[in-house]
Design a protein around this ligand. Structure first.
Ligand code: NAD
Length: 334
């Protein structure tokens, strides 16, 4: 489907579900971006879920979002159970504004929902020549190291910086071996998941996506990944006033109330300590890329490079909408 047509369909669906014109556009843009960067697990495949949550009144379509100024650098956003895309868009814009004024912008957001890809918000800051960290917590998926039960989300960690080239450095990674969205898509399409990413509910390794969803996902690097997931839960949840310690509701399965997810954005001017950051980052990347490569590797890529390539290629093509999602679009727009 052509990008513009898809955008207007998505916008009209969100408007139908009660969102304002502006917020509907924010949501449509975020979903289309996910498709364009190839993160289909965070794109159209989630549309019905968002709409169901609005219908069941656990996402507020007309939120009264409050931005409390704590200092010139620091703001606290109460998103009033808005859809995560809108809360995050407001939050990152505020963090950018604060950073431009004072050198550093810190924004904590509470009462939000699933916001999709952290990198999407990080890019906004990097495009303004700023360094950025984005954190969000997510529903239980990973068992804390040593525990039998999942509690941490796949809690992505995202860091972005300008590179002095057009392609930003964006490290945007879940702390689970693979992200939960990929397991959900595999469960929906009846595909197997790779070995070593999840255990079933009895603690046995599984490649069955449905069993993995009932069991636990494995963190990256064992106790280190568990520690990182915990850190993100503290920064996004404990610190901001959002839900934490396993209380974020699963957006697909739990409609008993809003998610109250927390996000934390930190945006920093790159020239705080050195006047020639751009030159220094350029040299840093150049030295790393020049290293001898292992067999089969043509180029050492920095995080965000392959995504940027995929985006450019996909931008020239129509967006491939699978039949089941076309059906969803029809139903939601009816
Ligand atoms: N909102 C949520 O609750 C939530 C939860 C989990 C994940 N997510 C999102 O899901 C998305 C996907 O997460 P993921 O863990 O599957 O990411 P991924 O495994 O696809 O990529 C992780 C990082 O590795 C980099 N990378 C990939 N290949 C590389 C290579 N060959 N060389 C160098 N770097 C390379 C990527 O640029 C990226 O920064 C992210 O955008 C994340 O924010 C969201």
């Amino acid at each position: 489907m052509k990008k513009e047509l898809l955008k207007s369909k998505l916008k009209s669906i969100f408007i139908r579900y009660g969102l304002s014109n502006k917020h509907s556009l924010t949501c449509a843009d975020a979903l289309i971006n996910a498709e364009l960067v190839g993160a289909t697990s965070h794109g159209l495949s989630r549309l019905t879920m968002y709409c169901d949550r609005i219908k069941k009144k656990v996402i507020n379509p007309k939120p009264k979002i409050k931005i409390k100024k704590i200092s010139q650098s620091i703001s606290h956003v109460d998103a009033n159970n808005s859809i995560g895309f809108v809360a995050a868009d407001i939050g990152i814009k505020q963090a950018i504004k604060n950073a431009k004024k004072t050198g550093i912008g810190l924004v904590g957001i509470k009462n939000s929902g699933h916001y999709g890809l952290s990198g999407y918000y990080a890019e906004q800051a990097v495009k303004k020549n700023l360094i950025v960290f984005c954190f969000t917590n997510a529903p239980p998926a990973i068992a804390p190291h040593g525990a039998k039960k999942s509690l941490f989300g796949t809690n992505p960690i995202c860091f972005g910086t300008p590179t002095s080239s057009k392609v930003p450095f964006i490290l945007d990674t879940s702390v689970s071996v693979i992200n939960r969205g990929k397991i959900r898509v595999a469960a929906r399409t009846g595909k197997k998941i790779p070995k070593g990413v999840a255990l079933d509910k009895f603690g046995k390794p599984t490649t069955d996506a449905k069993k993995a969803l009932e069991g636990v996902q494995l963190p990256i690097a064992e106790f280190r990944g568990s520690g990182l997931a915990w850190m993100v839960d503290i920064l996004s949840g404990v610190f901001t006033g959002g839900n934490h310690a396993g209380r974020v509701k699963d957006p697909f399965d739990d409609f008993s109330g809003p998610q109250n997810i927390g996000h934390l954005f930190i945006v920093i001017k790159p020239n705080l300590f050195v006047g020639n950051y751009n030159q220094r980052i350029k040299e840093n990347i150049k030295r790393i890329k020049r290293l001898p490569k292992i067999k089969g590797v043509k180029e050492i890529l920095y995080p965000g490079q392959s995504k940027s390539r995929r985006y450019k290629i996909n931008l020239k093509k129509i967006i491939n909408v699978p039949i089941d999602i076309l059906e969803d679009l029809k139903k939601l727009d009816a």
